[in-house]
Design a protein around this ligand. Structure first.
Ligand code: SF4
Length: 651
């Protein structure tokens, strides 16, 4: 019996994905453009950089905000594009302001920030802006972020800082986001100096992901793991010394020899050895002699009922650095082999989650390791006793570099019925929603499904959309631990698994971005209704393209009706929009289909462009009525899904 059957699908999933005030994260893209082309970013692909501009209109934003913002504790005004390219951005901020969303923020390259926009950020209660900056030095920054000016960015951020001072506001906090690559390893600690110079108080780092065709593989940090570990450590050290800049996200260190503890010790520079540490600060002497300390935060209850995998989370610190947090259990019967010192059976070791516990870092500013205190351990379902109702007593124990141990907490776990408490490998579809600038809806930007989960322009009912079949079936798949393909390859899920080689493999996305582009501009009846002429333009960035007319039939597959011919006139407008694609000037097409070929009746017709690799883009669809051998009516039709349509994301 499935979970859904056992509980009643509706109430069960509704409990897991509640939609009350301030319960969800809303991510929007108010633009689909960027003003620069960073070397590692998909905006380096022509098909993305030159795509037609699409900005979320203020009227539509107003409708979306009215429904979603009261439900949101967090709203991102950008997720995958540069929001300041929107000509409406300031107006959107003023629409958002009255909703007083607790965490209103956006990601930006900061280059289009103006004094007027900076003032609006403060006045509208924006809580944080995340500024992407992949080099602390001018030459690295301008190499990575093609088209950007280091001086412009620094001037813009200083201007924002002075406006904040003038308006007596601490907000918005400025966070610097840095992509870690081999070229900037040596300058990672300098990001702290940059932050201090522009008034930024936070730094977040993530590893470079190389996309195919962008020639960034050689920059991948996994090609120099020891240097990467040292650089991240030096960044942390510099932030500690600054006393003002917090590291809020830091990738895990690479395991250099397969053992996490050994890696922690092994990647250290000789002058960073324990004996060379500075003397503890006043007040920290008592702590210096202490054993590890910390807490088991979740599950919050001491007695837990679990049916599947059970995640335990918490934090741990030690003056001499916690190298392992381990989960042990009491023996299930006499004679079971146990650890000689503890009398317990080792179940496994937790993962550290660097940067996840800013609160702990703030409370323990004198402990160097404070940005890596969070941990997570998933007790596999297989470790639960077979018998329903049987007990497992768990002890979570932290160990520091010199071998001292301390217990962080205990839990007793009872095997529960399979439908009582699911393990969710991803919570995004239960508490997030992402809407792109076209109104296409996904649970999260990393949910790279071929088709949108829904479309939302603010006019429909969001609550029904939240409970619609695509969302509910993904949630059900997560509850039942049956990840669909998009979850298996999800960047969000593997972001922390830095020792998974696959994470650093080149990502094959170019095919998606090299797919045909084009537009069906006109469909005319000619020759007194005996012929139907379709015209427009189509091209593919790196291959030849054919334009094909299909008839959609309810009872059979699509029927091919013919191919288009190149039209003789040039398309200077298309050539201007796609200057790097030589075929753009000659991209016009015309396709003629006779009424006799269609026959009397109503026909659903689709025009699509197909590349050499069989990837297709739907250019347009029409409903056409033929009577007595002549075209009577040509009507609009919704896309039929014979290609990727307007979709401009990964597949
Ligand atoms: S693709 Fe899957 S794992 Fe990734 S964010 Fe979406 S639901 Fe979560």
């Amino acid at each position: 019996m499935s979970v859904a059957d056992a509980r009643g699908e509706e109430s069960w999933l509704a409990q897991l994905a509640p939609l009350g005030p301030r319960q969800i994260t809303v991510l929007l893209d108010v633009s689909n453009k960027c003003n620069i082309r960073c070397r590692m970013c998909y905006f380096s692909y022509d098909a993305v950089f030159h795509r037609k501009s699409r900005f979320l209109e203020p009227a539509r934003f107003r409708d979306i905000a009215a429904q979603l913002f009261p439900l949101a504790h967090t709203v991102y005004l950008s997720a995958g594009s540069e929001p300041l390219t929107s000509p409406h951005f300031e107006e959107l901020l003023r629409i958002a302001a009255p909703y007083r969303v607790p965490d209103l923020k956006f990601l930006t390259n900061g280059l289009l920030l103006t004094p007027s926009l900076s003032r609006a950020l403060v006045e509208c209660g924006v809580r944080q802006i995340h500024v992407s900056m992949d080099g602390a030095r001018r030459e690295t920054y301008e190499w990575a972020r093609r088209g950007a000016s280091y001086d412009r960015l620094v001037a813009n951020l200083r201007e924002l800082e002075s406006i904040k001072r003038e308006l007596h506001s601490e907000l918005p906090w400025v966070q610097i986001n840095a992509t870690v690559m081999r070229r900037n390893l040596a300058e990672l600690p300098e990001f702290v100096d940059v932050a201090l110079g522009v008034g930024a108080t936070r730094i977040a780092c993530r590893h470079l992901m190389a996309y195919d065709g962008l020639e960034m593989e050689a920059e991948s940090p996994h090609l120099d793991k020891p240097a990467t570990n040292r650089a991240l450590r030096a960044l942390m050290q510099r932030a500690v010394e600054s006393k003002r800049v917090a590291i809020v996200n830091l990738p895990d260190p690479f395991a250099l020899d397969g053992a996490a503890g050994a890696a922690e010790a092994g990647d250290r520079e000789p002058d960073d050895a324990p004996t060379a540490r500075p003397a503890p600060e006043p007040g920290a002497l008592a702590l210096a002699a202490a054993r590890p300390f910390g807490h088991v935060d979740t599950p919050a209850e001491l007695h837990v009922r679990a049916a599947g995998d059970l995640e335990l989370t918490g934090w741990a610190l030690a003056r001499d650095e916690v190298v392992a947090v381990e989960c042990w259990r009491e023996p299930l019967g006499a004679g079971e082999p146990v650890d000689g010192e503890l009398g317990l059976v080792l179940l496994g070791r937790a993962r550290f989650l660097a940067g996840m516990r800013v609160d702990v870092a703030q409370r323990h500013p004198d402990i160097e390791q404070r940005y890596r205190s969070a941990w997570s351990y998933v007790l596999p379902r297989a470790e639960l006793p077979d018998v329903e109702g049987a007990l497992l007593r768990l002890h979570v124990i932290a160990r520091d570099r010199v071998g001292r141990r301390a217990e962080l907490g205990q839990r007793t776990v009872v095997r529960a019925r399979a439908d009582e408490q699911p393990y969710l490998y991803c919570r995004r579809p239960f508490d997030c929603v992402y809407i792109d600038s076209a109104g296409d809806v996904y649970p999260y930007p990393d949910c790279q499904s071929l088709d949108p989960f829904a479309h939302f322009d603010g006019s429909g009912d969001f609550k029904s959309l939240w409970r619609s079949a695509p969302f509910e079936s993904l949630r059900r798949a997560i509850v039942e631990n049956r990840p669909p393909k998009m979850c298996v390859t999800c960047p969000d899920r593997i972001n922390r698994n830095v020792d998974d080689q696959a994470f650093f493999e080149e990502r094959v996305v170019r095919a998606a971005y090299a797919r045909p582009l084009g537009f069906l501009e006109q469909v005319d009846a000619r020759d007194d209704g005996r012929a139907l002429v379709w015209s427009g333009w189509a091209l593919a960035p790196e291959q030849a393209v054919r334009v094909e007319l299909l008839r959609v039939r309810a009872d059979a597959g699509p029927e091919h009706l013919g191919f288009a011919e190149p039209a003789p006139h040039e398309r200077a407008d298309v050539a201007r929009a796609y200057p790097r694609i030589a075929a753009a000037r000659h991209s016009a097409f015309e396709l003629c289909c006779t009424s006799a070929r269609l026959g009397d009746g109503a026909h659903a017709l689709v025009l699509r462009a197909v590349g050499d690799d069989a990837v297709a883009t739907e250019l347009g669809a029409r409903e056409v009525t033929v009577r007595d051998g002549r075209v009577q009516a040509i009507g609009a039709a919704a896309p039929r899904g014979f290609g990727l349509g307007s979709r401009e994301r990964f597949v």
